[in-house]
Structures are given as structure tokens and as C-alpha cells.
Design a protein around this ligand. Structure first.
Ligand code: HEC
Ligand code: HEC
Length: 222
């Protein structure tokens, strides 16, 4: 999908992100890279009026992201992740990794660089509050096999419902192509954050068949 996006559209999207006064005025002063986003999120969540403002700002930011991540963060492309319902801390951490180049995706890195810190916090407030569209399994037999793998290899961290927690990603209902890609990245990671993740030792021992089955199960989790 990303490769198929015409250069002009990508440029236009970036321009929209950089130029549009999506940014509410007061936040420009906070647009420095060294703002502690987690601290800012906590500060905002403790102030309902500010939280509401940044939620609205986040919804405006999402108008740019909709081209790939779908309406309300429910992606229509199996290779592009849903952002809906994702845990706030996990989203913030991904933004930090894209911004510091520890997570590589040319387009996302450009997007993130053009967002100020309140746009990032607003985006997180908006997406984490959206509901994931449930897609029942189209391959129930495979999903049943995946359930066994899930219970043995994933449940201890991601939880019975795949919702994760403050530190751990929500995976329930995530897009299948994206899940496959991420699991394979963890399995083969040689350096960087994925190689150091607590999840990597589990992934190292998984076969392609295990991955295929667990993806069929996880993508259909409500
Ligand atoms: C041109 C398509 C495109 C657009 C537009 C786009 N993204 Fe993405 N985004 C992607 C792709 C593809 C990935 C997966 C990257 C990878 O494979 O690591 C991604 C990943 C992410 C992730 C990590 C999700 C996870 O589960 O780890 C976040 C967060 C994110 N994008 C936020 C945004 C925000 C916020 C915007 C709008 C300001 C946006 N994206 C716009 C294509 C896009
Ligand atoms: C020891 C704990 C642990 C286990 C076991 C584990 N995970 Fe994870 N997983 C994590 C953590 C923590 C993250 C967040 C990023 C990071 O720190 O690597 C994560 C991230 C992910 C992501 C990336 C989410 C995204 O949106 O980018 C996927 C997909 C995932 N896990 C799927 C699985 C599956 C499927 C299994 C079982 C086969 C599994 N995990 C087992 C802890 C675990």
C-alpha cells in the first residue's frame, strides 16, 4: 500500500501535516523534540478541559492518518495497523521510536517529525478511545489452532483478551498482514528495540505454521 501511494499524494499529505494549523496555537512552544510525552499525557489527563481540547486536536490530526490507518483508526489495509483502541503508552512509545529513528518507516518518520507534542498527545487520546471493528474469522479451523498457540505463548503477556496493558500492545483485532510482518520481525531481529524486547525469546522458537495460526486467531479477537 505504502509503495503504491503516488509520490504527489505522499508529498501532499506531508505538506498538510506540516502546514495546516492543525496545531492549536498554545502548543507551538511545546513543539520541541525533548518534551516528555508521557508526562504531558498524564498532565493533560488530569485536566478535563485541556483533555477535551487535545482530543479535538487529535481528531483533526487523524484526518491525515485516515488515508492509511482508516476511519477512527480501523485500517482497511491488512498490512497497515489499526490504531483504534491501542494503549496510550504503546502509541507514545512508537512515536518516540519513529522520531529517534529506532523504528524505521520512511513515511511514518516524516509524519511524526512534522507533528508537535500536543498533536501527538491529542492523537493518542483520540485513537485510544476508538473502538476496533470486529471481524469474525474467515478460517475458523486455523484460528482454533492459533488459540492453542496463543494460550501457550502470548496470553501471559497480552492477556486473555489480547488487550495488553500500559507497557504491552493491544493486539486483539489487529490487521493480519501487519501481525505477520511484526511477528517475523521479532523472530528475526538482530539489533534495536525488537531484538531487546521481552517478547523476542518467545518468537525465536516459533515456526511459520505457528505464526500463521496465531495470526488467524488474534486478528479475529473482538
Ligand atoms: C502512507 C500511509 C500512512 C499514513 C498517511 C500514516 N501512516 Fe502510520 N503507519 C503506516 C504504516 C505502513 C505503518 C507500519 C509501519 C511498520 O511496518 O513498521 C504505520 C505505523 C504507525 C504506528 C505504529 C502502530 C503500531 O501498532 O505499532 C503509529 C502509532 C502510526 N502509524 C501513527 C500514524 C499517525 C498518527 C498518522 C497521521 C498523522 C499516520 N500514522 C499516518 C502508514 C501510514
Ligand atoms: C514476555 C511478554 C510477551 C510475550 C510472551 C508476547 N508478547 Fe507481544 N509484545 C510484548 C510487548 C512488551 C510488546 C510491546 C513492544 C515491545 O516492548 O516489544 C509486544 C508487542 C507485540 C506486537 C506489536 C504490536 C504492534 O501493534 O505493533 C505484536 C503483534 C505482538 N506483541 C504479538 C504477540 C503474539 C502473537 C505473541 C504470542 C505468539 C506475543 N506477542 C507474545 C510482550 C510479549
Amino acid at each position: 500500500m505504502v509503495k503504491r501511494i503516488p509520490v504527489a499524494l505522499a508529498t501532499a499529505l506531508l505538506a498538510v501535516c506540516a502546514l495546516q494549523p492543525v496545531a492549536a496555537q498554545p502548543s507551538r512552544a511545546r513543539a520541541t523534540a525533548d518534551v516528555d510525552l508521557s508526562a504531558r499525557l498524564k498532565e493533560v489527563q488530569a485536566n478535563p478541559a485541556l483533555e477535551e481540547n487535545l482530543f479535538k486536536l487529535g481528531r483533526k490530526v487523524a484526518a491525515v492518518c485516515v488515508h492509511c490507518h482508516g476511519d477512527g483508526g480501523n485500517s482497511l489495509n491488512p498490512d497497515i495497523p489499526n490504531l483504534a483502541g491501542q494503549n496510550p503508552a504503546y502509541l507514545l512509545e512508537q512515536l518516540r521510536l519513529f522520531a529517534t529513528g529506532q523504528r524505521r518507516n520512511e513515511f511514518m518518520e516524516g509524519m511524526i517529525k512534522s507533528m508537535n507534542s500536543d498533536e501527538k498527545v491529542g492523537m493518542v487520546l483520540f485513537y485510544s478511545a476508538q473502538t476496533v471493528n470486529h471481524k469474525p474469522s474467515t478460517t475458523p479451523a486455523l484460528a482454533d489452532k492459533g488459540k492453542v498457540v496463543y494460550q501457550k505463548q502470548c496470553l501471559a503477556c497480552h492477556g486473555a483478551n489480547g488487550l495488553g496493558n500500559e507497557q504491552i500492545a493491544r493486539i486483539a483485532g489487529q490487521q493480519p498482514g501487519y501481525l505477520r510482518k511484526m511477528l517475523d520481525r521479532y523472530r528475526t531481529a538482530q539489533s534495536g528495540p525488537l531484538a531487546k524486547s521481552i517478547m523476542t525469546p518467545t518468537m525465536r522458537s516459533m515456526s511459520d505454521a505457528d505464526i500463521q495460526a496465531v495470526v488467524a486467531f488474534v486478528t479475529a479477537m473482538p
